[in-house]
Write a protein of this length. Structure first.
Length: 177
């Protein structure tokens, strides 16, 4: 075997080893993220969604049960003080152009402060203010951001906490329909 052949075999061995290490790392990362998400959402409702009859900060009346008759509804629990929410909120706002979205602002100030925050950041989803956290507690919320998707039958079909993408949200909404 000449020196160049031995060198290319050694290079392929290193590449395979690096690819295998990367695959193991990615699998471990997915498992850890899934476990953390499950842990944070373990108290969220399963089966039938809790009743949600509320008024948004702009005076719109929200009836979750009536909304689910038209299709799945994404419920987004967030806060103005939440760092991860700053990254997730634009994806939820984009999604609200084509899907039904309700957001719940947890302990984020007065309705005027929440509205000003949404306007400043270009967020256009309907928002229920939850200054005391009572509504979020009723839903078993433990961390923000948390997203629950309620299907046409009024059942919570998916709950996720932490970072997510617009594509991930779109896929979950599509699966809930």
């Amino acid at each position: 075997m000449n020196r160049q052949s031995a060198h290319s075999i050694n290079l392929w061995g290193k590449l395979r080893s690096a690819a295998w290490s990367l695959a193991k790392f990615l699998l471990l990362a997915v498992l850890v993220v899934s476990a953390v998400s499950w842990y944070h959402s373990r108290n969220m409702p399963k089966g039938q969604a809790p009743q949600l009859l509320q008024q948004t900060i702009d005076g719109q009346f929200i009836d979750l049960q009536a909304m689910t008759e038209e299709g799945p509804v994404l419920i987004y629990f967030w806060a103005t003080w939440c760092g991860f929410c700053r990254m997730v909120s634009p994806a939820v706002s984009d999604l609200s152009d084509g899907y039904q979205v309700i957001s719940v602002a947890l302990q984020s100030g007065s309705p005027e402060e929440v509205a000003a925050y949404q306007q400043k950041h270009g967020l256009n989803f309907p928002t229920i203010n939850d200054p005391s956290g009572a509504l979020s507690n009723r839903w078993g919320l433990r961390v923000t951001p948390t997203i629950a998707i309620v299907n046409r039958q009024g059942e919570v079909s998916t709950v996720t906490s932490g970072m997510t993408s617009r594509w991930g949200l779109t896929a979950r909404m599509w699966l809930a329909d």
